[in-house]
Ligand binder design. Structure first.
Ligand SMILES: Cc1cc2nc3c(=O)[nH]c(=O)nc-3n(C[C@H](O)[C@H](O)[C@H](O)COP(=O)(O)OP(=O)(O)OC[C@H]3O[C@@H](n4cnc5c(N)ncnc54)[C@H](O)[C@@H]3O)c2cc1C
Length: 532
């Protein structure tokens, strides 16, 4: 296979034109090309509104390959060296009991998937409901304001990654091919094939719901067990500080020497349980802020030089800046054509996030604009102090909106006054009810100042970003885990057999990195044990 990089064509090109361009670059007749695949696809908008797709192509010229490569003296054309993922060689120990994975988010799900595929018959325990019943519970929150504490946007099948935007990009370095392997599993379980090559792959909640169900069925087919409404309420260790078992729903004990702790960052009660058991952990930095919504057409105009084009997806953006007081400010979890969602999981506390469907078809783009905070901002130096910091913000947000999502125009945020809904220039795209409020009351002056500086700064990159009519909502404070559960080189805690994993343990910051961490833990378990 030959790899051709930087194959650039106008966005309205036909398949024939792409084929002809590949043949031209390879200096062969079209008939000599047996097949070709798109390996990567991105947009070049530097000359907007003149837009191009830029491809990396894999072309099969069969026996002509050596001659073609010799003829093409071009740095963008070379032999394709695929990075193929391999599960490691198994260890020799026999497992006494089945491994238990706590949490069915991307970390737990992918860990269970690989362990099941390789004969370890894992038991996957999830405190929330299966995804169909979970959808009903989340609709009750968004339509009627009724929060189910066990099943919500944070908890339930697929974890926080299910009712999400489903962006699948990651900055994690990946020389072992885990990232492509994760995407390949998603495609096998129902995600569109284009996620394998798009520069910014995206699935969307409507598809993710089926994908996680298919992943569950695969785990079961391969000998695993998946149990919902099964919250781990205690961990049992033997005298030698090794895992002995877990307690489910306060009553049932499951004996196991291998426990993967893939609990996500919102399982505050479980983190408190671990802290109470002296599992080593430390407070870590994260970021807090507000969601901002703009008309998607405005973002498209800034990125593509046009408000709409049926050949293009809703435009994404990423912005990084610094407040005058030195605090980092950046956009986070941008959801083009998405919705702001009520993502609360505790009574009397309100947290928001962003999601989208596969068509990214809503009128607004949203994104969190967040300000970096460190453990020095927390009260005290307890490892869980960051959780208390989050809780206080969520309580304030709940009070500001009277249980509804508090919203405000950016102009009024600057003026420090409550907005009037009749002054909105466009409607918020929000899942959950909302109420106008003064969001400035949420944060300290330092965080508010940095937020305002960031907004004005971003207005220099995207015209209109800092408009007084930009819509703000809050509070966004579960941007990453406020705590890290320490693990050694074998990915275990000081309690042997306990594997902290994924975002909640502080080793991931998104769907892809959580899934890849789940795979790494499965590999680590496999290097010790031959099977169950
Ligand atoms: C609305 C929203 C949109 C998002 N959009 C994106 C996006 O577009 N792209 C992206 O990369 N990331 C996104 N994220 C973040 C992403 O979802 C998380 O980074 C990722 O899900 C973390 O995976 P995880 O497996 O570590 O934890 P989680 O997904 O949080 O899963 C943890 C699971 O463990 C379960 N659990 C916790 N405690 C227990 C217990 N004691 N017993 C049994 N089960 C337990 C929970 O119920 C939960 O299902 C989004 C998050 C939200 C909330």
């Amino acid at each position: 296979m030959i790899e051709l990089k930087q194959v650039k064509l106008p966005i309205d090109h036909s398949e024939e034109e792409l084929f002809a361009k590949i043949a031209k670059l390879l200096k062969v007749k079209e008939s000599q090309i047996k097949d070709f695949y798109i390996d990567k696809k991105s947009i070049d908008a530097r000359k907007k509104p003149e837009l191009y797709f830029v491809y990396t192509i894999l072309a099969d010229v069969s026996n002509d390959e050596p001659a073609v490569l010799k003829r093409c003296k071009d740095n963008n054309i070379c032999r394709y060296e695929p990075v193929i993922y391999h599960f490691p060689k198994k260890g020799s120990l026999k497992m006494k009991n089945r491994p238990v994975i706590i949490g069915s988010g991307p970390a737990g799900m992918f860990c269970a998937y690989l362990l099941a595929d390789n004969g370890y018959q894992p038991i996957l325990l999830e405190r929330g409901m299966d995804v169909d019943r979970r959808t009903e519970e989340i609709d009750k929150l968004w339509d009627q304001g009724t929060l189910n504490l066990k099943t919500n946007v944070q908890f339930g099948e697929g974890g926080a990654g299910t009712f999400s935007d489903g962006k699948l990009n990651t900055l994690v370095k990946d020389k072992f091919g885990r990232s492509k392997y994760v995407l390949g599993i998603y495609v096998n379980e129902g995600a569109p094939e284009k996620i394998l090559y798009e520069a910014k792959p995206h699935i969307g909640t409507d598809i993710l719901v089926d994908v996680v169900k298919n992943m569950r069925n695969h785990i079961i087919e391969m000998g695993g067990e998946v149990r919902f409404e099964s919250q781990v309420t205690d961990l049992i260790f033997d005298a030698g500080k090794a895992m002995k078992g877990v307690v489910v729903n306060g009553s049932e004990t499951i004996d196991t020497q291998t426990v993967v702790l893939a609990i996500g960052h919102s399982a505050r009660d479980t983190l408190e349980l671990l802290s109470g058991k002296n599992i080593p952990m430390e407070a870590k930095s994260f970021a807090v802020g507000l969601r901002v919504e703009h008309p998607q057409t405005m973002i498209n105009q800034a990125n593509y030089g046009m408000e709409k084009n049926p050949l293009l997806d809703a435009a994404p953006y990423k912005l990084v800046g610094k407040g005058k007081n030195g605090r980092g400010v950046y956009s986070f979890c941008n959801c083009p054509g998405g919705y702001v969602v009520d993502a609360s999981s505790e009574e009397g506390r309100l947290a928001i996030n962003g999601m989208s469907y596969s068509d990214r078809g809503s009128e607004n783009a949203n994104s969190a604009i967040i300000v970096a905070i460190t453990p020095e901002d927390f009260d005290g130096n307890h490892p869980l102090a960051g959780i208390e910091f989050q809780r206080k913000l969520e309580e304030k947000a709940y009070a500001l909106g009277n249980g509804k999502i508090p919203v405000q125009l950016f102009g009024d945020f600057v003026k420090n006054k409550i907005s009037k809904e009749e002054e909105f220039q466009y409607q918020p795209c929000i899942k959950g009810s909302y109420k106008t409020a003064n969001l400035r009351e949420l944060f300290t002056k330092e965080i508010n100042d940095a937020f305002i500086d960031g907004m004005y700064d971003f207005g220099k990159t995207i015209h209109g970003f800092d408009s007084e009519f930009s819509l703000l909502s809050g509070v966004e404070c579960r941007t990453s885990s406020p705590v890290r559960i320490l693990r050694d080189d074998t990915m275990q805690s000081t309690m042997s057999g306990l594997y902290p994993c994924g975002e909640g343990a502080g080793y991931a910051g998104g769907i892809m990195s959580a899934a890849m961490d789940g795979i790494k833990v499965a590999e680590m378990i496999a290097t010790q044990y031959d099977s169950y």
